[in-house]
Design a protein around this ligand. Structure first.
Ligand code: PGA
Length: 240
């Protein structure tokens, strides 16, 4: 089942999403979460940090994995996703850093690092909440539109459209890594709940195609229609 919740601002999207984490942690303090990076989840991370500061939420037993990581950026690079997660969430709540896992973007052999990450995901077990954003081109994680998708973590060559979209975080388009590691579709699906956040009018159409249009590998987000428990929190009605 897919629940489509429309909200009127990014802030409301973050607050609504945070409610899912609060309820999940009340039911199961040692939950396993799969997190995402990018601009979209920032209001959620701000809200989780505020709830933690107010004593309303406890991450001490939580474990986390992340969807993806760039290939070749050291963890000290502010564009690495490890850096992003430390800065925007992990350092702001009482999560233990050793309980947080991302693909190793610094590995000399990305293929081997992906296999290790898949093994880690399997060992940790089914996620309680898989957080997702959606790319302008319908990608989830870095599963880009293609004739075929991958079930497991793999090293992907980013599409021009993704490199362009992500260049806003870098000094120039040439600085955006050309490769990334991403959880594959089976790994994204291995979660009790998929929580998809989407904001900004520019993504209104791609989101609606994903949740009501044809299920196709040309729009990887459309595959979430096959998952039994999806919540979409949609702030694409305006740019607030
Ligand atoms: P964004 O990226 O949140 O920065 O727009 C989302 C994505 O590419 O999945």
């Amino acid at each position: 089942m897919l629940r489509h919740i429309k909200v009127s601002s990014k802030k409301e999207m973050g607050v609504t999403a945070a409610g899912f984490y609060k309820r999940q942690l009340e039911a199961k303090p040692d939950s396993l979460f799969a997190f995402a990076t990018g601009s979209t989840p920032l209001p959620l991370y701000d809200e989780l940090a505020a709830m933690y500061a107010a004593g309303k939420i406890d991450f001490s037993k939580v474990k986390t994995v992340n969807l993806d990581e760039y290939v070749g950026l050291p963890v000290t690079d502010e564009n690495s996703y490890r850096y992003f997660m430390d800065k925007n969430l992990f350092s702001r709540v009482n999560i233990r850093r050793e309980n947080t896992f991302l693909p190793d973007g610094t590995a000399s052999d990305p293929g081997k690092a992906c296999a290790l990450y898949s093994a880690k995901l399997e060992k940790l077990g089914r996620r309680d909440i898989q957080l997702l954003g959606i790319g302008n081109n319908g990608h989830i994680g870095f599963n880009e539109p293609a004739d075929a998708l991958s079930a497991h973590c793999f090293a992907v060559t980013l599409t021009e459209s993704t490199i362009k979209a992500n260049s806003r975080f870098f000094a120039s388009e040439d600085d955006v890594p050309k490769q990334a590691m991403t959880m594959g579709m089976a790994e994204i699906f291995d979660s009790e709940l998929i929580l998809l956040l989407c904001s900004g009018t520019a993504k209104h159409d791609v989101l609606n195609q994903a949740i009501y249009g044809p299920i196709t590998t040309k729009n990887p987000a459309s595959l979430i229609q096959l998952h039994p428990n999806v919540v979409v929190i949609d702030a694409t009605g305006n740019d607030n």
